[in-house]
Design a protein around this ligand. Structure first.
Ligand SMILES: Nc1ncnc2c1ncn2[C@@H]1O[C@H](COP(=O)(O)OP(=O)(O)OP(=O)(O)O)[C@@H](O)[C@H]1O
Ligand SMILES: [Mg+2]
Length: 584
């Protein structure tokens, strides 16, 4: 863990050096206080001289002054390092997470990952920002104090040292246990967090189905089991601390008895004994401190391990090392060739390896063409969008854009060809401006407003309390479903992409808004390569060609009139819908 952490500390070597200098200086000064104590007793008390006492005290005063200055630098530098390193770890962790493919987040609870970024890194901060310096300081005190003890009195030192093996072995043994328990404990806390997050986010469903009691119960259990694991850890540590304290203080008492006898026999000056006791107490105190910190370091080691694991998760989908020169400028040349090709492509979700969500798909789309994807629910339509955006890689066959397989595209280049209106509109906790400009941060005010107008969103935006400045709440909870959808469309319009992906983009709109938005989309689709998924066939009648999917299979392909003739499935879907519409 230390080696790994060193990678983060290294850029701040200079500060580390200052911190260590300050640390060594304060530790040395602390130890030299022992000599001050000796002076005070031998020159002051024993020789009954007030002047001697005053002189000794002024030496002590100087040492204390220097110590305070050292302490300031030590504390400042070390805390600075702790905060700095944790900020760096957090940043690195987050940017790594953002690069992971969506499938990672399907297998891992968002709340749990959040806890890695917040709780685990905070643990690291405790270690670097305080425990580590605390331990180092105490280790120095320990070594220095011990040397001074040896120098001043070997016999007494040996008595004190008798207990050391009894301390070190339990320390290592318990330390291992604490580390494991700490990991469990953090895992439990992460789960508790994830639980809470999910039910709070969906509070309406929880309350509508009156499941508050059940959620309470589940959360309570999770919290209790986190407590249980924490309790085990605390027991181990409490035991360790008590054991060390007893052994250390016991040996100090033994040493005091032997040393006291020597002073009475006149073999040792009272000042020497006082200084020795001072050292012994410092040494014992530092040992106790180190054991306490050791537990904490073990806890942090558990946290570091988890953070490292997360950082080591490889993004399965990455840009190729060397990207072939950007072909986007050659779009014009490619006008007669297909812009997008699916070649014998099959894809199965990893969690369902035996069922192809898309099976042996062959499809070629020319630049500027609009293609509708229709078919029953679960047919694989949205999956096509995931594959086009390279959120997932097909197991067989390939997809080419502008003649280049997706795997050869730089990911950012590839994705900037698209604008997506997803099946569930997604808004961020920000105001209308920021949400609309999400796909094109440099858009001007006029452009944003034009896009909003085209998506038929300007009317309701202007009626919001703060207009475009209105804050939309987390995931846009302060809007209706249709309003969210219009904002999602406006965002796509503003992005002005080469390829437009519309997944049920108008499904939540009333007939009138849909009519207007559809007009805007028709305008947007003109001359632009577009994939449009829709259940309502009326909305896709005018596209160039319609692809009919069933169970992951492309079953028919053609325009509306052709399909009415040739496709049983399409005819069935169309008849059902027109029946419903006629009734209405
Ligand atoms: N993340 C996932 N993991 C595993 N299976 C998935 C995942 N997403 C979708 N599927 C499955 O893949 C199949 C195709 O799903 P897809 O979302 O592409 O359907 P769709 O045609 O868009 O349906 P709808 O019209 O209802 O949106 C479905 O059987 C679905 O259960
Ligand atoms: Mg879908």
């Amino acid at each position: 863990m230390l080696l790994w952490l060193w990678g983060f500390v290294r850029p701040y070597r200079l500060r580390l050096v200052i911190a260590i200098i300050a640390l060594v200086a304060t530790a040395t000064l602390t130890l030299s206080l022992g000599q001050g104590v000796k002076l005070m007793i031998d020159e002051g008390f024993s020789s009954q001289s007030t002047l001697g006492l005053a002189n000794a005290l002024s030496v002590v005063g100087l040492i204390i002054f220097a110590m305070s200055i050292g302490a300031y630098f030590r504390f400042y530098m070390v805390s600075w390092l702790g905060e700095r390193v944790v900020a760096d770890v957090r940043k690195k962790l987050y940017s790594h997470l953002v690069s992971l493919p969506p499938s990672f987040f399907e297998d891992n609870l968002a709340g749990e990952i959040q806890s890695r970024v917040t709780t685990d890194t905070t643990l690291l901060q405790t270690v670097i920002g305080s425990s580590f310096s605390f331990a180092l300081r105490n280790a120095l005190t320990f070594i220095g104090g011990l040397s001074l003890m040896f120098i001043s009195n070997i016999k007494l030192t040996l008595i004190v040292l008798l207990v050391v093996p009894f301390i070190v072995f339990p320390l290592i043994y318990f330390g291992r246990k604490v580390k494991k328990l700490s990991r469990d404990s953090q895992d439990k806390i992460a789960t508790v967090g994830a639980w809470a997050g999910e039910s709070l986010q969906h509070i309406k469903v929880v309350q509508a189905f009156t499941r508050e009691d059940m959620v309470n119960e589940q959360f309570g259990q999770a919290a209790e089991s986190a407590f249980d694991v924490a309790l085990k850890r605390i027991r181990q540590r409490a035991l360790l601390i008590a054991l060390v304290m007893m052994l250390v203080m016991g040996s100090v008492a033994g040493m005091l008895f032997v040393g006291g006898s020597d002073v009475i026999a006149g073999e040792l000056s009272a000042g020497d004994l006082a200084a020795f006791v001072f050292y012994a107490i410092m040494v014992a105190g530092s040992l106790a401190a180190v054991t306490e910190v050791y537990g904490e370091v073990q806890r942090a080691a558990g946290a570091a391990e988890r953070i490292r694991e997360l950082l080591a998760t490889k993004a399965e989908i990455e840009s190729p090392e060397i990207t072939v020169a950007d072909t986007s400028s050659e779009y014009g040349v490619l006008q007669d060739q297909p812009l997008i090709e699916f070649n014998n492509m099959s894809y199965a979700y990893p969690s369902r390896p035996n069922m192809n969500a898309l099976n042996q798909l062959n499809l070629a789309v020319k630049a500027g063409e609009s293609i509708a994807l229709v078919g029953p629910s679960g047919a694989g339509k949205s999956t096509i969008f995931d594959l086009l955006l390279r959120f997932r890689d097909p197991q067989n066959g390939d997809i080419k854009i502008a003649g280049k397989p997706l795997t050869e595209w730089d990911l950012q280049d590839l994705r900037s060809q698209f604008a997506l209106v997803p099946q569930q509109p997604v808004l961020f906790s920000a105001n209308v401006w920021d949400n609309l400009k999400y796909g094109r941060p440099d858009a001007t005010e006029a452009e944003v407003m034009a896009a909003a107008k085209a998506a038929h969103a300007d009317e309701f935006i202007e009626q919001l309390p703060d207009g475009y400045q209105s804050f939309l709440g987390e995931q846009g909870v302060k809007l209706s479903g249709g309003q969210k959808q219009r904002l999602a469309i406006a965002r796509a319009i503003l992005r002005d992409p080469k390829i437009l992906l519309l997944d049920e983009a108008t499904s939540a709109l009333d007939a009138q808004s849909e009519h207007y938005v559809q007009q805007a989309l028709d305008g947007l689709m003109k001359g632009r390569t577009t994939f449009i998924i829709a259940h309502r066939l009326a909305t896709v009648r005018h596209v160039d060609r319609i692809a009919v999917f069933d169970h992951g299979q492309l079953v028919d392909f053609g325009n509306h009139d052709e399909l009415l003739e040739s496709s049983d499935l399409y005819r069935k879907l169309a008849e059902l819908q027109f029946q419903v519409e006629e009734k209405a």
